[in-house]
Design a protein around this ligand. Structure first.
Ligand code: PLP
Length: 405
């Protein structure tokens, strides 16, 4: 649960590194599997053929995916997984003879990584600004689901807001649904935007009706964050493509993946001419032996220690501890789901991010690592956290938060 700072202080990890380290740091089961893999097979390609660890890792990941999404494409990051999913969507429609489907729909304020595809479908204005003129064409955005007027201080899924999914119908009417390849959303975002009850179900209905693929970007939610293997399982909504990274191997070796529904995979494979590659896309380091070994060991560890179930059972305590900060000064919103929570605070006039920076600094000095962006603080600890450590995180924020606000 801890880092150690350069001056030797123990720092309780309140954000699992960057949403990655679900099983806690430096787990011997994972580090030994990685060094054994490195000693046995330093590298082997995974185009045209592959090494056994790649297949074993794919089979283990597939077992945790929603029903039908059992074809796995490995990448080296979440950003690559997102760009891969977008390209798979295009290839799928082309294989079906609908090559006019080249449009994508994302959502305002959603983050989908740093690649050109992910930046284009992403809806974070500061991330797009310097590149705006060169981003993908034919990309449209649904409105954000963030609404403080209706949903501030919701515990878990807000009850207000399912109708926001109907804006998808409006966008489709405007741009012609037969030109759209896929809709991509993060079922729960890093800024802890929790989907209103019924919202994701509605997106699923609309996309299915129009033959549009639905992509869930689960880079932060896959592997237990919400108390289930995926957010898809948690919400009971199955996408056609699902992206993952981070906790796939406890953040130890760069690795991401796309799980594709078998129907999508079969369509692409059956379309390729004999002797031709089925999908002209891939990375030198896809399913690198060390990353694959780390994935196998990590997924075994999650299962052995029941960490997804542990996250589910700790979620109520996490919710209580987070919402106890409601009366702290300048708190505009607290939101939570599973083992994550976020606190939005009022910005100082002309000083966006100053308050959260002070809270971050204060917490670090007091031995707790949190994550901050703008005037937002996120909490997403390793799933091995103890209840006393949950209290420690939020008590520390309260203590350091009062003074400098
Ligand atoms: N998608 C989501 C929802 C993310 O939260 C992130 C990273 O935080 C990414 C994609 C990009 O992943 P990576 O940083 O591994 O490229």
């Amino acid at each position: 649960m801890y880092y150690r700072s350069s001056d030797g202080q123990q720092i309780l990890d309140g954000c699992a590194g960057l949403w990655c380290v679900a099983a806690g740091h430096c787990r011997e089961e994972i580090t030994s599997a990685v060094s054994a893999a490195m000693a046995k097979l330093d590298y082997a390609p995974t185009t045209q053929f592959a090494h056994p660890l790649a297949f074993e890792a794919a089979a283990k990941v597939a077992k945790l995916m929603p029903e039908g999404l059992d074809r796995i494409f490995f990448t080296n990051s979440g950003s690559e997984a997102v760009d891969t999913a977008l390209k798979i969507a295009l290839a799928y429609h082309q294989a079906r003879g609908e090559s006019q489907r080249i449009g994508f729909i994302g959502r305002e304020r959603s983050y989908h990584g740093s690649g050109f595809g992910g930046t284009s479908v992403g809806g974070v204005s500061v991330n797009r600004k310097a590149f705006a003129g060169a981003l993908l064409p034919h990309v449209y955005h649904m409105p954000s689901i963030h609404n403080l007027e209706h949903n501030a201080f919701s515990r878990g899924q807000p009850t207000w807001g399912a109708h926001l999914a109907d804006d998808l119908e409006k966008l489709l009417a405007l741009h012609d649904p037969s030109t759209i390849a896929a809709v991509i959303v993060d079922p729960m975002a890093g800024n802890v935007f929790v989907p209103p009850q019924g919202y994701l179900q509605r997106l699923r209905e609309i996309t299915a009706k129009h033959g549009i693929l639905l992509i869930f970007d689960e880079v932060i939610t896959a592997f237990g964050r919400l108390g289930k293997a995926t957010a898809s399982a948690f919400f009971g909504v199955t996408p056609d493509l699902l992206t993952m990274a981070k906790a796939i191997n406890n953040g130890t070796v760069p690795m991401g993946a796309v799980a594709a529904h078998r129907r999508v995979y079969d369509t692409i494979i059956n379309h390729s001419a004999p002797g031709e590659a089925d999908l002209y896309h891939g990375y030198t380091y896809s399913a690198h032996p060390t990353a694959a070994a780390a994935t196998i060991a990590t997924l075994d560890l999650y299962q052995k220690e029941g960490l997804f179930e542990r996250a589910a059972s700790l979620a109520p305590a996490f919710e209580r501890a987070a919402h106890a900060l409601r009366d702290a000064p300048h708190v505009k919103d607290i939101r939570n789901l599973g083992l994550c929570a976020g606190i939005e605070i009022e910005s100082r006039p002309n000083g966006i991010g100053e308050r959260s920076q002070e809270i971050f600094d204060g917490c670090f000095e007091a031995g707790v690592l949190i994550r901050h962006a703008g005037d937002f603080i996120a909490f997403a600890p390793p799933l091995i956290i103890e209840e006393a450590q949950i209290e420690q995180i939020f008590d520390t924020v309260r203590k350091v938060g009062w003074a400098p606000m």
